[in-house]
Design a protein around this ligand. Sequence first.
Ligand code: DAK
Length: 258
Amino acid sequence: MSDERLVLHEIDGHVATLTLNRPKALNALSPELIDELIAALAACDADDQIRVILLTGGPRVFAAGADIKAMVEATPMEMLTRRSIERWARVAATRKPIIAAVSGYALGGGCELAMMCDIIVASETAQFGQPEINLGVIPGAGGTQRLTRALGPYRAMELILTGATISADEARQHGLVNHVVPVEGLLAEAMRLAQLIATKPPLAAQLAKEAVRAAAETTLREGLALELRNFFLLFDTADQKEGMRAFVEKRKPQFTGR
Ligand code: DAK
């Protein structure tokens, strides 16, 4: 695949690795990059062979935010009609589990992009933050909401009002990051987790993702109703029959994704 692509796409078994590829601009998330990312995520969602997505910016930087140069002179109406809200919403609406492998800066839209993923593995060099206040704005792709749910209101408020960053270790202590590993081991650790999840029945993984997400996005009553609906729906899959029969027959299940 050509290096001119803004998002590189590689497949290893049932795992697709998407790599943000704008190194000179620290992977700043231009509208063109987001469009390529959305197209790659949609292709993964549509491909039955792909069960888990690994999203990374490589070992140096995850993403230093949305592209400031593309926003400086924008009017409110231009910001609205660029359809950026719809674009980012499509990233968050990906059905398959996404593991973010974050190294270096994950700032502004970069932090928001990481938080749209389902599991975050960070290298020791990772730094998370929402520095938009330094530009005269506030987070606009979910930062005020997702960071607050992840860190709690006081820690999130301090980060958003000061524009300060937190280290990978701090992020892990506060529950924003699942694992912290040396930079050389980052992709291997994220891939290990991705391959493990890819051994699970994929429809169950997708419906589990939807239900866990609902815990942060709906009321308890709505979340419980969605969980039950998804639980019952899975009894319509071959993998449910296989998983339960294999248990009863004391053998390893062979999941087919149906
Ligand atoms: N945008 C554009 N270019 C960027 C960039 C960014 N966010 N971050 C870095 N770059 C570019 C720099 O301009 C520089 O390019 P050249 O000058 O070489 O052409 C190159 O990357 C290297 O950057 P530096 O020379 O600055 O590198 P340093 O190591 O000195 O500093 C840094 C690294 C990450 C501390 C610094 O680059 C920095 O502070 N960057 C900006 C971080 C930031 O403020 N991020 C938040 C941006 S606002 C929304 C969706 C999304 C968003 C909002 C709304 N809707 C759906 C409505 C998101 C907004 C944001 O993310």
